[in-house]
Design a protein around this ligand. Sequence first.
Ligand SMILES: Cc1cc2nc3c(=O)[nH]c(=O)nc-3n(C[C@H](O)[C@H](O)[C@H](O)COP(=O)(O)OP(=O)(O)OC[C@H]3O[C@@H](n4cnc5c(N)ncnc54)[C@H](O)[C@@H]3O)c2cc1C
Length: 456
Amino acid sequence: MTKLRLAIVGAGPAGIYAADILLKTERSFDVSIDLFEQLPAPYGLVRYGVAPDHPRIKGIVTALRDVLDRGDIRVFGNVRYGVDVTLEDLKQHYHAVIFSTGAIKDTELDVPGIDLEGSHGAADFVSWFDGHPDVPRTWPLEAESVAVIGNGNVALDVSRILAKHADDLLPTEIPANVHEGLAASPVTDVHVFGRRGPAQVKFTPLELRELGELRDVDMIVHDEDFDHDEASKTAIATNKQVFVIDKVLNQWRQREVGQASRRLHLHFFANPVEIVGDDQGRVRAFRYERTAPDGQGGVSGTGEVREVEVQAVYRAVGYFGSPLDGLPFDEKRGVLPNHEGQVLDDEGSVVPGVYATGWIKRGPVGLIGHTKSDAMETVRHVVNDQANWWTPADPSEEGVVDLLRSRGVEYTDLEGWHRLDEHEIGLGAPQGRARVKVVPRDEMVRVSRGAVPAQG
Ligand SMILES: Cc1cc2nc3c(=O)[nH]c(=O)nc-3n(C[C@H](O)[C@H](O)[C@H](O)COP(=O)(O)OP(=O)(O)OC[C@H]3O[C@@H](n4cnc5c(N)ncnc54)[C@H](O)[C@@H]3O)c2cc1C
């Protein structure tokens, strides 16, 4: 073997880091990598998950772009595994494949009323405000009062975007339809509910503090939530992150409120019981049971049920991976079953030639940086598993191009991405904005394939 032909499916950070690490790894063979991505643009959740008003994190795109621009990775955008290419196709043309398909769906939440009109998954809303091409262009924003379930950073992103005045998002890359939708929102109150106490949240301090800086939005916290038990006191005293969170929340307790036109309420010790509907099947209220610390860092129910009037509910209780054609799937965790990135079958044996990295390997937790260490582990196995690789009938670089063309797949490439990138930057320039995202998939493809004259 002199050359490994490797397919990577999913051009989010995990896939791009895996390609980068493999190319830099010391090895006894050459490598040629093809990166397949179902969207016409790369970067996964960095482009379609990270909130538009987090430009510093969005900036990670620059590092990912540098990897692709080095020129030794071929990109095939607008190619969906399971539709445009199958596992059998990959076996014909490659020695191995790494799946880095991430997670895009919401985890289910089993409470009565979750299917009412006005009850949404956070992931769908995030996809909308980040201009994902596969979600509808409009979002129902008729609620004055909204509940957000969850105490992680995605709950904060959703609450912040809902509560923020739309014009304050204009300096960001939000698409025009998103600005229009948010500008028409009548929202006045966003209520965030967490099952446990303020010392047990999964927010990070920076993201929490940011809420308190929103223009014309009062932060409302309740004194009853700060009667800390011993476990919480210990957490505050020993964990720097919890200490800072406690400090931020206590500053808000001292603040004067009442002047702002919008309010963001944080409710702790609140376990969802029911989403209550009206006689038209629409959300009317959010019902929760008050919990209390159990002395060990957890909570238990108190039996006291409360209700807040809301017209929309967002559940931000986690993301979930999707199964991939022809591959085993862990239905409980929403991941490809694997050992350190080597995909395992139902009996727990290694599936030859098939690897996983990123959120589809580990589950949807952790930051972008974590996908790097993840990729290192997976790549180590790819390199050491030579005996397990496939024997492709046609490992030539043209083979897969011929296949996609013969199927009429309108794939985009790296040059096409540069074209789309420049086009978006051009759209933003007259308004003094860094970029305006193109949302419809067919328009993204047309621009990428050079069918639309450059902007700017
Ligand atoms: C709302 C939100 C906010 C976040 N904010 C931050 C933050 O501020 N800072 C931070 O560090 N991390 C943040 N994260 C976490 C970060 O986004 C993830 O750690 C990271 O994106 C996971 O990388 P990944 O490559 O595994 O998956 P993804 O980024 O999801 O990439 C997977 C790629 O695979 C593609 N794909 C999927 N299925 C197929 C298929 N069948 N065929 C071809 N391609 C396919 C997808 O289109 C996607 O491009 C956030 C996550 C979310 C959800």
